[in-house]
Design a protein around this ligand. Sequence first.
Ligand SMILES: Nc1ncnc2c1ncn2[C@@H]1O[C@H](COP(=O)(O)OP(=O)(O)OP(=O)(O)O)[C@@H](O)[C@H]1O
Ligand SMILES: [Mg+2]
Length: 321
Amino acid sequence: MIEARHLTKRYAGRTAVDRISFEVGKGEIVGFLGPNGAGKSTTLRMLTCFLSASEGSATVAGHDIYEDSVEVRRRIGYMPENVPLYPDMRVGEYLRFRARLKGLAYREARAAVGEAMDTCALAAAERKMIATLSKGYRQRVGLADALVNKPELLILDEPTNGLDPGQIRQSRDLIRHLGERHTILISTHILSEVEMTCGRVIIIDRGKIRASDSPKNLIHRLRRPGSILAELKAGTDAPAKLSALPGVEEVGASEDHDGWTRYTLATDPQSDVREAVADLAMKEGWKLRELASRTASLEDAFVDLLRQGGEPPTPDPVLLK
Ligand SMILES: Nc1ncnc2c1ncn2[C@@H]1O[C@H](COP(=O)(O)OP(=O)(O)OP(=O)(O)O)[C@@H](O)[C@H]1O
Ligand SMILES: [Mg+2]
């Protein structure tokens, strides 16, 4: 659905996006992740033909972003970072206006707007002035706008920016639902959102792609040691005995509460020492009330990747069929 090759954007001597190549296959939900200023919005603007690239090329559904920009725009529903809305228009009126601008005939526009408002749970706000809407509703109007021309591809630039946790959860469900019918490229800072909705993540930093993989694989590739938490009522010899278990590299202990101590065991990445800890507690007659392995999160993977300065740039991906 998207093929970008060596896409580059330079602003007055500063390279914001540096020869990036990536693909998004039909039906995928891909998360575009990176710190502030990484080049996410710039890349999305180039793909949606709002900004011309300094170098490189890209196609959307087989159409070139330079030569065929009309066809490209027709296939994309784009929700920009700051949704531009007309404050003195009513929601329904604005969306119908936008649909007409996108080339829909009058009746077609009315039907499409009705459908998009249903999808985005906007029906109750149809007659409200945009100026009076809360942030969450404005974002939904932006999304409905992106949906109105029934695009194959949705490009959403931080659609949950500024929303409260309840709204973020709703928006996550909505994006998952939209993913059943659309290919989606979504830029966001909310890692839990990516972990739960995206099949693949592209991590970009300082204009270069640092990784492209499923959230699960990114976490798996993390070179961080494992860690186990054990809450025990044990003797003073516990740290030494825990340290002696095979696979345990370091033992930390936090304060006592009523005789209970929380031990944190750093282990080598391949070992799961929980069973050995339980056996040891039983053998020593210690009381055990919690035993858990702390699994790495996408956030850990993200922070680690950026700290390492990333992996060597990924070679050009093999073309998807
Ligand atoms: N119009 C512009 N003129 C000059 N520099 C720009 C312009 N737009 C963006 N930049 C710079 O390009 C870099 C990439 O910006 P971009 O907006 O693409 O980042 P981003 O990844 O979307 O960040 P954020 O997470 O903050 O939205 C930044 O260093 C930014 O300052
Ligand atoms: Mg941005």
